[in-house]
Design a protein around this ligand. Structure first.
Ligand code: GLU
Ligand code: ZN
Length: 302
């Protein structure tokens, strides 16, 4: 097993990469704050990337709203915001690189067919003899490699990329580039050295490292924070009617986020404003204190 997480020597550069499917809710605020604090505590840069690759799922104005929310919480980013919608030629080029390695194949399997295969795609379309005549997705052919990380929060995690994950989609049937490809291309393009994000993406990490290797891109250090779940144990999301965070509550919500991240934050009354609270949080950021859990329930008072 290979552990790659000490490979990057460049100055710290972190990022927050929301998909603009709606305003930030408490769960996404946690990822924003954790990635911001880890970057600032290292004296590093913190970038924002809008992952707007799926227009049907992105209400007009959502990206702007997210940026205003970040500002109103005092989460100020460095450099210009990168929009994935402006990066399609870079993804096309990465795809070409994979195609030149004969790593990709077209897949015409239907959703029900894929569902019947269980959790892992069974490689059904690997050996197609004729070019597809209907819409197709592009999958990358995986090898039976064990890919492991030393996650800075949850510790070691590994997957056999072929048997645990299987050949995965890098361009969807509808022609859109898949998250896995875009995220790898852009983390490298932006010089990201550290990725702090929600635990729902832990099991995507080996796929991303697999692509980084094929594309000869560096592997950042990864850290996965617990996911905030609602009373039914479901991830907070727009689909689950998670409320948008309100900038009028920045002080309280940031305090709740710091507590959820295991930081021993002094009582609210000790802070004159949210800038002071964030300053405290940067100075005292303790990544070891972040709960090593996949999920934590949202406190009912929020
Ligand atoms: N855009 C992804 C999301 O909002 C996060 C991507 C990442 O942090 O790698 O879930
Ligand atoms: Zn198929």
């Amino acid at each position: 097993m290979s552990t790659l997480n000490s490979s990057i020597q460049a100055p710290y550069c972190g990022r927050f990469a929301p998909s603009p499917t709606g305003p930030l809710h408490f769960g996404s605020l946690l990822a924003a704050i954790a990635s911001f604090l880890d970057a600032r505590a290292h004296g590093g840069q913190w970038l924002v990337r809008i992952e707007d690759l799926d227009p049907p799922r992105e209400p007009a104005g959502a990206a702007d709203l997210i940026l205003r929310q970040l500002e109103s919480f005092g989460l100020c980013w460095d450099r210009e915001v990168l929009y994935q919608s402006a990066r399609l030629p870079a993804y096309a080029q990465a795809l070409q690189t994979l195609q030149a390695q004969e790593r990709c194949y077209s897949c015409t399997c239907s959703r029900p067919q894929i569902r019947d295969m269980g959790a892992v795609y069974d490689g059904h379309c690997r050996h197609r003899s004729h070019p597809p005549t209907s819409e197709y997705a592009l999958r990358v052919r995986t090898d039976p490699l064990v890919i492991g990380i030393d996650d800075s929060i949850v510790g070691s995690y590994s997957q056999n990329i072929a048997s645990d994950c299987g050949d995965f989609v890098i361009r969807r049937k509808d022609g859109l580039f898949a998250y896995q490809l875009a995220v790898v291309v852009d983390d490298a393009f932006q010089g990201i050295t550290h990725v702090i994000r929600g635990a729902d993406l832990l099991d995507s990490t080996p796929r991303q490292i697999f692509l980084q290797r094929l594309l000869q891109l560096p592997t950042p250090v990864y850290g996965h924070i617990p996911l905030i779940v609602d009373g039914q144990g479901e991830k907070l999301s727009k689909q689950r009617f998670a409320p948008a965070i309100d900038s009028a509550d920045a002080l309280t919500l940031t305090h709740a986020a710091l507590s959820a991240l295991g930081q021993r934050v002094p009582p609210l009354k000790d802070f004159s404003d949210n800038a002071a609270q964030l300053e405290w949080a940067i100075r005292n950021w303790d990544i070891q204190a972040v709960p090593k859990l996949a999920t934590i329930p949202q406190a009912s008072r929020l």
